[in-house]
Design a protein around this ligand. Sequence first.
Ligand SMILES: [Zn+2]
Ligand SMILES: [Zn+2]
Length: 403
Amino acid sequence: MCGGWRNVFSGAERGCPHPQQRAFDIRLWKFRTPSAVRNLLGAALSPHLLLPTLLNRSILAHSMKAAVLHGKEQILIEELDSAPLQSGEVRVAIQAALTCGTDLKVYKRGYHARMIVPPARFGHELSGIISEVAPDVRGWNFADRVVVANSAPCGECFYCQQQQENLCDDLLFLNGAYAESIVVPPRLVQKNMLRLRPQTSFADAALTEPLACVVQGIDDCAPKSGQHALVIGSGPIGLMFARLLKHQGLHVTVAGRGAARLKLARHFGVDDVVEVKDTPSMVEQLKRTRFDLTVEAVGKPETWEAAVQLVRKGGTVNFFGGCASGTAVQFDAGRLHYSNITVLASFHHIPRTIRRALELIETGIIRAADFVDGECPLTKLPDLFRSMSAGNRAVKTLVRVHQ
Ligand SMILES: [Zn+2]
Ligand SMILES: [Zn+2]
């Protein structure tokens, strides 16, 4: 692993309920527009802000640092113009941005057909403080602490009408978490920007988006307390599945790789942890256990196939890990039919699961201290992604965007 960042959650710090809060220095307030100045004056009266802090900042800066994805394995840290806000928009000074398996996939492939097409600002898991509000925005104020999802549905298409907003024909994606600030478009402001409780830490809140996908995945499988679940994959998503399934009273087995990740699984009470050398030996080792539910959280054809091989008769398989378009998998049709197996594939989240995810975070069931195992300054992000791509097996890294 590159030495440019350090583990902030090791040792004694783990004992602190919100150790990550210490890692944040609220360096905000880069403005230039008249509404920014108005907001700034309003802020002087805000109880949560100290005027001396504000006076130390570069109040009328015209630019900000952001990571830009230019294509396959190409990230540059650039100084970009802070564009004036348009109608309905809000600017958020980012306080926590987290790395994600999806970002790693995008980095390796160079694009994601639906979510991000380069050149584009990169990163999508964030929380922060509103630093500027367009004059026509109601209900939000300077200095509000918020989490912003990475997409918002249109609310009007066929799928939105069926409450399947994750499949919206016009899903609007937001990227740009690895940056000092981000402009949140009107639709996201209205539908998927949530206010944080004062005691919620930014690092915890930034887990809302990936957790919302997991909540969606669990809702889709409708597991019952006492059932036996197998989670294939020990990345952040697999570990979140394990944590929530345990919380719902299931017996949980995690099969994955990476000593630190498997240790985390044991740490939050997973019943059985299996270190995977290769997929065939995993199947051999686990095939005698009767799993009511198998969750594939890797995104590879062989683990999709293993998930079907390992579920019991009458059980449910959730293909949660997305494979690249065009990937083919092989199943024994006889096994699917005569064993009465339910297969489903959950994708993304809907406004309801985003709200439920934040609730799980704010009640302390999911905490960054369990999933974030490193920290990295924004300027070192290209090195971090190179290291992740080489297989450093970090769970999630907190990107420090202010230096
Ligand atoms: Zn993510
Ligand atoms: Zn829609």
